[in-house]
Design a protein around this ligand. Sequence first.
Ligand code: CS2
Ligand code: MG
Length: 412
Amino acid sequence: MTGHGSRTITDVDVVVCSPGRSYVTLRLGTADGLVGWGDATLNGRELAVVAYLRDHVAPLLLGKDSSRIGDLWQYLYRGPYWRRGPVTMAAISSVDQALWDIQGKAAGMPVFQLLGGRARERLMTYPHASGHTVEDAIASIAAKLEEGYAAVRVQASVPGLPSTYGIHVGDSRDHAYEPAHTDLPDEEAWNTPLYLDFVPKLMKAVRDELGYGFNLLHDGHHRLTPTEAAWLGKELEPQRLFWLEDVTPAEDQSAFSLIKAHTTTPLAVGEVFNSIWDCQQLVTNRWIDYIRCATTHTGGITHMKRILDLADLYGVRSGCHGPSDVSPVGMAANIHLGFAVPNFGVQEFMGYPDAAAEVFTTSYRLVSGHLEIDDTVPGLGVEVDVEAAERFPYDRKYLPVNRRLDGSMHDW
Ligand code: CS2
Ligand code: MG
């Protein structure tokens, strides 16, 4: 639908910057001067989404009515013949977020008000704790609990492997810590027996030392077979985890039927999903407990709301992906949903490099390990300083790849 009114989209820009991490941010402007921001960051493949937006989406948006959020979503999803996939869906997500941002600004309301209004005072948040030894990992969790967090994810170096993904170097508040992001992919080594031997010992030591008064999480990064995952879930039952994440690659959704049949450890998955169809069997068969999709990669607020509504019918709660490679704009979209939906579970919040704060300012803030939001700021509440962004030109980085000890490729 072409728009002729004040809400007509008159300009479309894509801002690419790397203030410590790389971010792709869509800017939509309307005839009446409103500006909406959307996150289109696809870690390690950023420029593919930039091209999709600039070359194929921007021409379609100019002249459209920005208030028709649902119809524009359908237009971008059904229109191009080719559906889904991370590049397409990250692009659609950013348009959708920017349109909700504009809608909120036009209404003078924060987006969560448009989604049904505040359902809770603050969001439980989990950070990453890690260590090269069990003792270091426990100290890292203890420091997070001291800060007020009620939930903590823990990873530790697997003895016998030269390196383990997700372990911080230096101060864990230094978000340059993911040593993983390099000019060409690092090669990491993987060995399942060593991992399966270690993780139950790690989790038992954590509970023995720190007790059961907080929510404990662990991420498997898609590295086990369904049978191995079922064994690990059973083994960890005495440690009463909040969740065990990404135990196996989830292209094969039915693999989770086997895992779920064998363990009461709650399961979370979905950070690499990009549509409701990736979640459908997992949710409707009750094979998972938490759905991890991020608003940035799963079609924006419009589509995430549908996923979370479907999930709620089956007792599945949200646990939106929130690493530092989802930008503060995408994080805000997760947070507005989190404040409004009935089935909020937890919000991952890994934090951002200090330089990111020069580019993005937010109306949400972290207070004692929980997220709060300012009721008075309309839209998504994130402003982007484009001049500051220019000080941080795009810097291509890769995640590591993962090889078994015999040299063959393993899952991420
Ligand atoms: C991780 C991420 O946050 C998580 O749960 O799995 O750190 C992930 O490795 C990165 O987002 C990859 O882009
Ligand atoms: Mg993960």
